[in-house]
Structure formats: structure tokens, C-alpha cells
Design a protein around this ligand. Structure first.
Ligand code: CMC
Length: 391
């Protein structure tokens, strides 16, 4: 009732109060639970950050060990889920497989559906923290037609992710420390970003008291799109396209500015950052470090740097405050780590998982009402029904 203001894309509409992530898009500040992203990326592990986001405090050693042990104890995935993976065509996009498997987990874990206490919540959380990386790794195994692997529980959380993705049967696999550190940093940088499209999706689906796992599956689907997490894949494809076309970055800058051309500079622009995305700053440096350490030369890194330099000096981008975002350089690192392009958004999802969980948990603990936006009806007014034969 009363006046309804329409705000397409919710550009100026707040959906909740939240104590998880602070973001100042004008100044380029990002903090999780009050801690600067720069500090966390440099000094914390991904699992510490996950605990921080979900439960509000950095864990002490005992809390962290228990959290990790509980996750490991819950990482087994029902054998029947493999049949679902098997039934996908090999050409299936890993994000579609991941969303389906995450949703299907509810059926195999019925006790995770009824959440009546913080203990119920905790149990569901460690289950999904344990099982989601297994499902993510299986999507890669599927597209590579490789046998599934359950991982090695003696390994760290992100080392085990790599193990599950890359371990070959009858061969030992020891992840390279540079690769582990780089992955840890990327996961931390992706771990939360307040009320973005996928987090809002998780909150709104969860607000109907649908299960945590299906709420997360909806988050995976939202993340898949190229305007959101899918941008990391789109960036590499764009850079490859520019390279194949002779590397003329200026030509693509013109295309990006042309309103009659659907081409956009992927990895540029952001709904809330009107300044450098602080994550992009860290990732750009990490890209140089990781490629240097691994001795990888990737010509698309030079194309990316060339595009960035031109964009930062071009009035179109300057006036609209369009800066490189988190996805602009992340793909170049994933690629150097040996992760195939279609898997980039799955890597983003692995990082974003604790953020989605934290958003869902906060929404439930605050007993938020069901999400249900209003509209202004602009269709036909009342019409008389005509039977089929009179139409
Ligand atoms: N290339 C060219 N022009 C752009 C771009 C771009 N990448 N991004 C925005 N603009 C222009 C846009 O055309 C508009 O111009 P005008 O005012 O003349 O109509 C102006 O800048 C404002 O853009 P908008 O589309 O109204 O902004 P939005 O807040 O609705 O969209 C965005 C934000 C991220 C969807 C958009 O910038 C975009 O499509 N970027 C490319 C995709 C991308 O990199 N997405 C990842 C976002 S960060 C991580 C994540 O969420 O996963």
C-alpha cells in the first residue's frame, strides 16, 4: 500500500542490515567483519576467513582446528551423486553441473533441511563446506573425462581442492606451494562482497526457509552469468579474441564505447566501486608474482595491461568511473595454475561459498521476513473473457 518506488536493479534500495562486509565504493575500501581485505589476503588462510565471515570472529587455533576437522568429517559425498554427474554431457558447463549437484545434495542430506537451532545450522554449514569442493572438483573431472577422487584428508583445505582436481590415479600429487598460496589468496578475495546478485539470491531463496543447499545452488546459478562471476571466463575469452585478432586493443576500446555495439570491456566497471576495486589491485600484483614464480609467460597479460592503461586514460571510462574489477586479472592467474577457462567461475564459487553461508546465516538469525519486492502493474486493465471459438 502507498506509493511504490521502482528501482530497477535495486541500485538504491537496501535489502537488509548486515554486519558481515563493509564496502566503500567511492574510496575503494573493502573489509570483512572490520578487517581490511589487504591484511586478510596477506596474512590469513582461507579457512580462517571463512570462519570469520560466518561466525563473526577470527578463530583461535583450537576453533580453527575443530572447524577444519568437522568439515573433513563431513566431506563424504553420496555415491549416487556420481550417477548424476555421469549423466551430464561432457560439453556441459561446470557451473550448471555444480548448481544441479548442490541442489541435489538436499535429497541426500535430509537432516540439513529443518533448521531450528544454531547447532542445526552449524551441522549444515560444515557439511556444505566439506562437500562443495568435492562437487566442484568432480565437475572438472567430468569435463576432462577423468575418474573422480575424494581427496586426501591429511591436506589443508585448498591443497585438497587442488588434489581433488588434479591428482592422477597411481601417481602421487604434491601441490606446488606457489599454487597453493595463490589459490588461498584468490579464494579470500572472492569470499564475500555484501549484497551482490548471488548473495542477494541466496538470501531471498533462503528467506522462504528453503534449505541451505538449494539456496546456495541458486547462488551458484546467479554467479554463473557474465555480468557477475561469469565475467572471469568472459575476460579471458575476450583477451584471447583480441589476441587472435592481432592484438589491436585500441580497436576494442572503441567497440566498448560504441553504444550500438554490444561489446563491453569485460572485467571493467562495477555497481558499487567508483574507484579502483581493491581486490583488483591485489590480484594484479599477484598475477605478476605468480606468473614470475611459475615461470609462465602469458601474452594475454600484456594485452590486459594495455587495455587497462588505455581505459584509465580514456574520458569514456574516466567519466563513468569504470575501473578494472576483481575478474579482470583473476583468470590469468587461474590459467597459470593450470585451471581450464570454463572452471574459472567454479573457482569463484569455491571462494564465495563462506560469504553466501554467512549471508544466509545472518538472514536466518535475524529472522528476516520473506523477500518479496513490489511492482507497478502496467499491463491491460480488466478485459472480458472470450471463449476459444470466438477468438
Ligand atoms: N564496458 C563499457 N561500458 C561500460 C562497462 C564496460 N565494462 N561497464 C559499464 N559501462 C557503461 C555503461 O554502458 C553505462 O554507460 P551510460 O551511462 O553511457 O549508459 C555506464 O558505464 C554505467 O554502467 P551500468 O551498466 O549502468 O552499470 P551497472 O551498475 O548496471 O553494471 C556491471 C555494472 C558490472 C554489470 C557493468 O559494469 C558490466 O557489465 N561490466 C562488465 C562485466 C563485468 O566485468 N562484471 C563483473 C563485475 S565484478 C565481479 C562480480 O560481480 O562478479
Amino acid at each position: 500500500t502507498g506509493m511504490i518506488t521502482i528501482d530497477p536493479g535495486y541500485k538504491n534500495t537496501g535489502s537488509c542490515e548486515s554486519a558481515i562486509t563493509y564496502l566503500d565504493g567511492e574510496k575503494g575500501i573493502l573489509r570483512y567483519r572490520g578487517y581490511a581485505i589487504e591484511d586478510l589476503a596477506e596474512k590469513a588462510s582461507f579457512l580462517e576467513v571463512a570462519y570469520l565471515l560466518i561466525f563473526g570472529e577470527l578463530p583461535n587455533k583450537e576453533q580453527l582446528d575443530k572447524f577444519h576437522a568437522d568439515i573433513k568429517a563431513n566431506s563424504e559425498v553420496d555415491e549416487d551423486l556420481k550417477k548424476i554427474v555421469d549423466s551430464f554431457p561432457r560439453s556441459a558447463h561446470p557451473m550448471g553441473i555444480l548448481s544441479s549437484l548442490t541442489s541435489a545434495l538436499t535429497a541426500f542430506n535430509p537432516s540439513s533441511v529443518d533448521i531450528n537451532s544454531e547447532e542445526d545450522m552449524y551441522k549444515a554449514i560444515v557439511k556444505i563446506m566439506g562437500k562443495f569442493p568435492v562437487l566442484a572438483a568432480w565437475t572438472l573431472r567430468k569435463i576432462n573425462a577423468k575418474p573422480y577422487d575424494y581427496g586426501d584428508s591429511s591436506l589443508g583445505y585448498e591443497e585438497n581442492m587442488l588434489y581433488m582436481m588434479f591428482k592422477k590415479p597411481n601417481e602421487s600429487y604434491v601441490p606446488n606451494q606457489t599454487v597453493v598460496d595463490a589459490l588461498d589468496k584468490l579464494l579470500i578475495l572472492h569470499a564475500d562482497h555484501e549484497q551482490n546478485c548471488s548473495a542477494s539470491t541466496v538470501r531471498i531463496v533462503g528467506s522462504s526457509h528453503a534449505s541451505l543447499f538449494v539456496s546456495l545452488a541458486a547462488g551458484v546459478s546467479a554467479l554463473w552469468g557474465p555480468l557477475h562471476g561469469g565475467a572471469n571466463q568472459a575476460v579471458i575469452e575476450m583477451l584471447e579474441g583480441i589476441k587472435a585478432d592481432g592484438g589491436d586493443t585500441a580497436k576494442y576500446m572503441e567497440k566498448a564505447k560504441d553504444k550500438n555495439d554490444p561489446f563491453r570491456l569485460m572485467g571493467f566497471g562495477h555497481r558499487v566501486y567508483k574507484n579502483f576495486d581493491p581486490r583488483a589491485r591485489i590480484i594484479k600484483k599477484a598475477a605478476d608474482d605468480v606468473l614470475g614464480d611459475l615461470g609462465v609467460e602469458d601474452p594475454v597479460l600484456d594485452i590486459a595491461k594495455g587495455l587497462e592503461k588505455q581505459a584509465l586514460e580514456d574520458p569514456y571510462f574516466v567519466d563513468r568511473k569504470l575501473y578494472p574489477n576483481v575478474d579482470f586479472y583473476s583468470g590469468i592467474i587461474y590459467r597459470a595454475l593450470g585451471i581450464p577457462t570454463e572452471m574459472f567461475t567454479v573457482m569463484f564459487a569455491l571462494g564465495r561459498l563462506p560469504g553466501w553461508i554467512a549471508q544466509w546465516r545472518e538472514m536466518r538469525l535475524r529472522k528476516e521476513p520473506i523477500g518479496r519486492p513490489r511492482q507497478v502493474y502496467v499491463g491491460e486493465t480488466h478485459r472480458e473473457f472470450k471463449p476459444l471459438e470466438q477468438r
